[in-house]
Ligand binder design. Structure first.
Ligand code: CU
Length: 203
């Protein structure tokens, strides 16, 4: 007789473990509040409110990239001090970021914010994105502030994302580290500001 409520609990537990994405959850932790015989699983979605972690919780894996937003685009989450910068490397096929060369593209972020850069290769040759301290530097200014293989680059048409915390005030470069590209003008300006209240992007 009671088979139906028990199976519903099982379904709910599976659905919860799938949506919560935390494999440490012990199965079958007796959801006694499951309504008997009323077969609706829609209420299971509510646990997500306690887990606001977005897509990027990885430590070694690259941040999941979207399909590459338009150039000169920022998505700002002021409440959480997070911003995503969409950058097109090699827009129109040239050695540029978002069509700009030699520092013209300027991204400013407040110090302490977590920044995600989505680097889209818009050209027919490989490019990369990295935040470095100055001209000819090939070391990321912040841990993780570069695409995975910055010297060989991202394949044409692909998008790769990375995230870092802009901990130190200063003026940096957004560069392509594929050899020869920065010196040919493929760099922008990346400013970590003590006074800015929100990120901006100008070109
Ligand atoms: Cu390049």
């Amino acid at each position: 007789m009671n088979i139906k409520p028990v199976s519903m609990v099982a379904v709910l537990a599976v659905a919860a473990s799938l949506s919560a994405c935390s494999s440490s959850n012990p199965p079958g932790n007796g959801k006694s509040k499951a309504p008997p015989g009323n077969g609706t699983t829609a209420t299971v979605a509510s646990p997500s409110s306690s887990a606001p972690v977005p897509a990027h919780s990885s430590s070694s894996a690259p941040v999941p990239a979207q399909t590459g937003g338009p150039s000169d685009t920022l998505v700002v989450n002021s409440a959480d001090k997070q911003a995503t910068v969409y950058v097109v490397a090699g827009k129109g096929g040239g050695l540029n970021f978002d069509g700009d060369q030699n520092g013209k593209l300027t991204v400013t972020v407040p110090a302490g914010w977590q920044i995600t850069v989505e680097c889209h290769d818009g050209a027919s040759i490989p490019h990369s994105c990295a935040i470095v301290s100055g001209g000819d530097s090939t070391t990321p200014a912040f841990p993780g502030a570069e695409t995975l293989q910055p010297f060989s680059g991202i394949a044409p048409g692909q998008t790769e994302a990375f995230a870092f915390t802009a901990t130190t005030v200063g003026t940096y470069r957004l560069v392509c580290l594929v050899p020869g590209h920065e010196s040919a003008g493929m760099w922008g300006t990346f400013i970590v500001s003590a006074s800015a209240s929100a990120p901006t992007i100008t070109s």
